[in-house]
Design a protein around this ligand. Structure first.
Ligand SMILES: Nc1ncnc2c1ncn2[C@@H]1O[C@H](COP(=O)(O)OP(=O)(O)O)[C@@H](O)[C@H]1O
Ligand SMILES: [Mg+2]
Length: 283
């Protein structure tokens, strides 16, 4: 089987004054068309490095990435990106900001068709009433909605989201996760999203890929997220499987946290010492 998106033996080496550092090594991952993958791992392990290589914004040291049968080299409109804060022109309206991208990518469509595309995606992310508001006057959450609408409106082959809600407060974050799910549900674009929020990963994705710590970070473990779509947060919270998945993710991260800080794992008292067994004689 050939995957829609495949990372093969991906490696990234950065040169610094202290020499070279292998940040990512032997990173292998296959993603199906229409799959939503969450990538989690400790800060600094190399998640953004992996995404930026896929985006074509960061040189691949060795190995490669194949997207829809073609090897990735350099940036292109077949890969859409959503970062922590969207790059919008503050003096233009929400609609104009999305239109800028749509006009470039769908230049063969008529003006009214292009406008329709932009309006549709803005409405899906909840900005139907804010089309004519200047981007500069929008809240951070609303600006990120514009960023998401724009990314989806351009219909990339894969969407890369690098901690897109990292700057938002908890409540806005939850609203934006919902908005992202709404638009993803309608488009089913192949997506890779970096997050350090395990609940976000489980709510949104089909599979969570856990990255090991650097240096030479790679794919550690993976879990298939078993919840049916469309998803409902309240129903998820009532599902025992949710807590099993959550526990698995958290214990992976916790284990790595000890490694990361060079701390010993908390000592586990051996069972023989904790259980009182009168039959056992002390010898
Ligand atoms: N341009 C660069 N030059 C040298 N080192 C870098 C560069 N970019 C990132 N790094 C290092 O690579 C490691 C991984 O960074 P990054 O991919 O941003 O991690 P993450 O997104 O998982 O937090 C970090 O140790 C970081 O300091
Ligand atoms: Mg990062």
């Amino acid at each position: 089987m050939s995957a829609y998106l495949e990372f093969s033996k991906l490696r990234k080496v950065y040169a610094s004054s202290k020499g070279t550092a292998v940040i990512v090594d032997d990173f292998n991952l296959q993603v199906k068309k229409g799959e939503f993958v969450a990538l989690i791992g400790h800060s600094g392990c190399g998640k953004s490095t992996v995404l930026s290589m896929l985006a074509g914004l960061n040189e691949i040291s060795s190995g490669g990435i194949i997207l829809a049968g073609r090897e990735v080299s350099g940036p292109g409109p077949d890969r859409g990106v959503v970062f922590q804060s969207p790059c919008l022109l503050p003096w233009k309206t929400a609609l104009e900001n999305v239109m800028l991208g749509v006009d470039q990518v769908f230049f063969t469509a008529s003006r009214s068709e292009r406008r329709e595309i932009a309006e549709y995606y803005l409405a899906v992310v909840g900005l139907g009433d804010a089309l004519d508001k200047k981007a500069g006057s929008l809240s951070q959450g609303m600006r990120q909605r514009v960023g998401i609408a724009r990314a989806f409106a351009l219909k990339p082959k894969v969407l890369l989201l690098d901690e897109p809600f990292g700057m938002l407060d908890a409540l806005t974050r939850i609203e934006l996760q919902q908005a992202l799910l709404e638009v993803w549900q309608r488009t089913r674009l192949t997506a890779i999203m970096v997050t350090h929020d395990v609940d976000e990963a489980l709510f949104l994705s089909d599979r969570v890929v856990m990255m090991s710590n650097g240096p030479a970070a790679t794919v550690g473990e993976m879990i298939e997220v078993p919840f049916a779509r469309p998803r409902n947060r309240a129903a998820l919270f009532e599902d025992p499987a949710y807590y099993q998945c959550r526990e698995q993710l958290i214990s992976f991260l916790e284990e790595r946290a000890h490694l990361k800080h060079g701390l010993p794992r908390p000592a586990r008292i051996p069972e023989t010492q904790t259980t009182h067994n009168p039959e056992k004689t002390s010898s």
